[in-house]
Write a protein that binds this ligand. Structure first.
Ligand code: SF4
Ligand code: SF4
Length: 69
């Protein structure tokens, strides 16, 4: 199943991936803070991911890896 892995410690919470996702399944975590004090991006519905890679291509910090299966 397509899915994304987001490195919470690399993420700086800029939300560019949140805006880039056509499925609207990414958000900044309402509960998690990373070591740098940012709310990292997380996927709310992995089953809806199409592996389009928009999020990964948009992330300035290369924190997202997309898996097609
Ligand atoms: S790969 Fe596409 S559908 Fe999946 S989380 Fe990223 S932007 Fe959204
Ligand atoms: S674009 Fe990258 S750095 Fe910005 S919130 Fe998304 S994963 Fe984090």
């Amino acid at each position: 199943m397509p899915h994304v892995e987001i490195c919470a410690e690399t993420c700086k919470g800029c939300a560019l991936c949140v805006r880039a996702c056509p499925k609207k399944i990414l958000r900044l975590s309402p509960t998690v803070l990373n070591q740098k004090g940012y709310s990292p991006s997380e996927c709310t519905d992995p089953s809806a991911c199409t592996a389009c890679r928009s999020c990964a291509l948009t992330c300035p910090d290369v924190a997202i890896t997309v898996y097609k299966d």
